[in-house]
Design a protein. Structure first.
Lengths: 384, 353
């Protein structure tokens, strides 16, 4: 985009932002190509106080129960208990309903952004989604105004979400295959040319831009071959914009800073009011798509907060600790000998990876004001 | 009680494949002649729409529903489109045949009856949420479940409503109908048995999670998988659990039955064959990926679609061949007169010989 286009967009009320050659990379980087100019265009609107980092910046409630997942099955009654306790602790409210009412109004159209990409081995648990639906209904939102969504319909199919959630709740896959832009708003986008790709724009899903008024984000707890980890930020950013796989080409990745930048685009930033991370299963290698149970640990945890950066910082720490425990390299490691282009080798050898991972995307999102990345400043509350 | 082929009319030919897994008994074919490794592609067609359902076959025509809202009738002799019936809605429902009509459901809750020869609409009926199940016809009545948690019975000639029964969860399980029983699984985790004439609930049996799989029924056993990781064998008379078998993840693959065995896939990536009378594992075969589609049986061969199309020996579970085409979530091959018809998630239709 040239200066003339920029001025025109600005006159039209564009919320375009420019990031170019910012120091998002790691000091220890091995020759990652320089971050190209990334242009963001969102809807012109005043940010909502509920939007990221939300009502409780820096606060993360971690709820643990060893019985919440037994023999790979998630306990519905324990999930309800964990969610109720966590919401009260996050908000300081005495009643569960009052806690939810801080985020949800009966007139809202609620989007529940799931992560089905590891289905069926590791995806947002239907048990958690059901309890969120019930809680949202308890505030007065009718089931027909609740939409469970993600980008890929076929992944939702594999997770059987359609069959497992209450009647009247809508279950929507934005697109049917890897291509197709009919479910996206062409006026809201991120534009960048990372590797010389022919389509340099990623567009925001219309359901996010116009279909829902609030978003409850339900990420899973997984390492990610390109981003380092996938948590609140990546589930939101890469689950809202299309054409995102172009941001990483072996062995390099621009997930840092793209993930955080996508999350900063309005109205996504304002609508994502609550994050409930499904930590029943912790994937410490092979994410986001692995089905290899050897690397999926039944952690039995749930994390709740409004600050996606703080939550992902805690998630990153937990995955790093698990990897250390298992004797495999850190997700920060950038050793050329660890890179493989063999998918089978990647999925079965936790010392191998497809890309130089970029967990720095979390700190980069913090720099954009999306939350608190400094562990020392995070109010990490634990409930057992 | 002896199950009958409620969906197949007197005009149905031996090689026809009029509903999900060939007939209401989910025999998945059970052709006497097995299916060898495909040697060539007789023809291939690109429909330009993702396909989530299984095709059906009758009178030389293959009927396929496309997600973007079309029912296609393909002349299998030449691999050309004969006609296309379009609606402004998405379609996930596997079509089924009754007399000269093709029936299917849509995501906005309509069920259509289309003339099988001409592609013109005969009638439509409405539910209040998506119909992903395949409509099943018995004794002139169409039965279908909907995500609105209701099961509908409508007149197959006119589309007029006979009765509606409400349940506790969404219905994605295609019903199995006999003259005096109707069985299906429900999102509330229960297997239901109804009286087809009235919709009255005769019995219900709970599993540990929602049910997405469609049942198969032999003369003395109802077979169905649940998202609670278990595969169940129930007494069709009273719903009592005869046995259950645990797999590594949820089961949404609908079972096929053959030679005293029931064959189904699990999301844990295995294809299982169990002895129907005991629940004993006969074999399991690793598929290398999630298995959500139903298998079909041809002679001594079990075929199933997952990341591609696979064939296993029915008695040993040994992999016989695999073809890197026909990747699908819920589709199943149709086998007729030595030809295998396969549709894929990305909208391709193949006739393999």
């Amino acid at each position: 985009m040239d200066r003339r286009s920029f001025v025109k967009n600005a006159c039209l009320g564009s919320a375009a932002l420019y990031f170019h050659q910012l120091s998002f990379g790691l000091p220890s980087d091995i020759a990652n190509p320089q971050v190209p100019r990334i242009e963001l265009r969102g809807l012109p609107q005043k940010p909502s106080p509920l939007g990221m980092p939300g009502l409780f910046p820096g606060r993360v409630v971690e709820i643990s129960s060893p019985d919440a997942i037994v023999r790979n099955r998630v306990s519905q009654p324990l999930i309800k208990e964990m969610l109720d306790h966590g919401m009260k602790r996050l908000t300081g409210e005495i009643s569960v309903q009052d806690a939810w009412a801080k985020f949800v109004d009966p007139k809202d159209i609620i989007g529940i952004k799931i992560n089905p990409s590891g289905a069926p081995a590791c995806c947002s648990s239907p048990e958690i989604v059901r309890e969120i639906v019930a809680a949202v209904q308890s505030v007065g939102v009718p089931a027909r105004n609740i939409i469970i969504y993600d980008r890929y319909a076929y992944e939702i199919d594999i997770g059987s979400y359609q069959a497992l959630v209450p009647p009247e709740v809508k279950v929507v896959g934005i697109q049917d295959a890897f291509t197709g832009a009919s479910g996206y708003d062409m006026n809201i986008y991120c534009d960048a040319n990372f590797f010389g790709e022919w389509e340099t724009r990623s567009y925001m899903a219309s359901i996010v831009a116009h279909g829902v008024t609030k978003i409850i984000n339900v990420p899973t707890m997984k390492d990610h071959s390109a981003a380092g980890v996938t948590g609140c930020l990546k589930n939101l950013g890469y689950g809202t914009f299309n054409n995102v796989a172009r941001s990483h080409r072996q062995p390099y990745s621009f997930t840092d800073p793209l993930i955080g930048m996508m999350c900063s685009v309005e109205p996504l930033r304002s609508k994502a009011v609550l994050h409930i991370m499904d930590g029943m299963r912790l994937v410490w290698h092979g994410g986001p798509l692995t089905q290899v149970q050897d690397f999926i640990y039944p952690a039995g945890k749930m994390y709740i907060g409004t600050d996606p950066v703080a939550m992902d910082t805690i998630e990153l720490k937990a995955i790093e600790e698990k990897r250390q425990q298992e004797g495999v390299p850190s997700v920060w490691e950038h050793d050329p000998s660890s890179i493989t282009s063999n998918d089978y080798e990647f999925f079965h050898d936790p010392r191998k990876n497809l890309f130089y991972r970029r967990p720095g995307h979390i700190a980069s999102a913090g720099k954009l004001g999306l939350g608190v990345a400094d562990p020392a400043q995070i109010d990490h509350l634990r409930i057992s | 009680m002896t199950p009958t082929q409620g969906n197949t009319s007197s005009r149905t030919l031996a090689n026809d494949w009029p509903t999900l897994l060939k007939d209401n008994q989910r025999t998945g074919g059970q052709q006497r002649v097995g299916v060898g490794a495909p040697k060539k592609v007789r023809w291939q067609m690109r429909l330009g729409t993702s396909i989530r359902s299984a095709p059906v076959f009758s009178n030389g025509l293959l009927y396929v529903t496309g997600i973007e809202g079309a029912l296609f009738a393909i002349d299998t002799a030449i691999g050309r489109l004969k006609w296309k019936f379009e609606i402004e809605d998405q379609i996930h429902s596997t079509p089924s045949m009754w007399k000269n009509s093709v029936l299917f459901g849509s995501d906005k809750g309509k069920v259509y009856a289309v003339d099988a020869g001409s592609g013109s609409k005969l009638w439509e009926a409405s539910a209040t949420a998506e119909v992903w199940t395949s409509p099943v016809v018995a004794a002139g009545v169409v039965y279908f479940g909907s995500a609105d948690a209701r099961l509908y019975a409508i007149d197959a000639e006119t589309g007029r409503q006979r009765w509606i029964q409400e349940f506790g969860g969404r219905i994605y399980s295609t019903a199995f109908v006999t003259p005096d029983r109707l069985y299906f699984g429900c999102g509330d985790g229960k297997v239901y048995c109804l009286e087809p004439a009235s919709g009255k609930i005769l019995w219900q049996t709970s599993t540990g999670n929602g049910i997405d799989s469609s049942p198969a029924v032999t003369p003395d056993t109802l077979l169905i998988g649940s998202e609670d990781f278990f595969f169940y064998a129930l007494n069709p008379e009273n719903g009592a659990v005869k046995w259950k078998y645990e797999t590594g993840l949820g089961i949404c693959s609908s079972p096929a039955v053959a030679e005293g065995a029931v064959i189904f896939g699990s999301k844990d990536g295995y294809l299982y064959a169990l002895e129907i009378s005991t629940g004993k594992l006969l074999w399991k075969a690793h598929m290398g990926g999630v298995v959500t589609a139903p298998p079909v049986v041809a002679g001594e061969v079990v075929c199933i679609q997952a990341g591609g199309t696979f064939a296993f020996d029915l008695s040993s579970g040994k992999e016989l061949w695999r073809a890197g085409l026909g990747g699908a979530v819920q589709s199943a091959p149709v086998l007729s007169e030595g030809v295998m018809y396969v549709v894929s998630l990305d909208g391709e239709v193949y006739a393999l010989q």
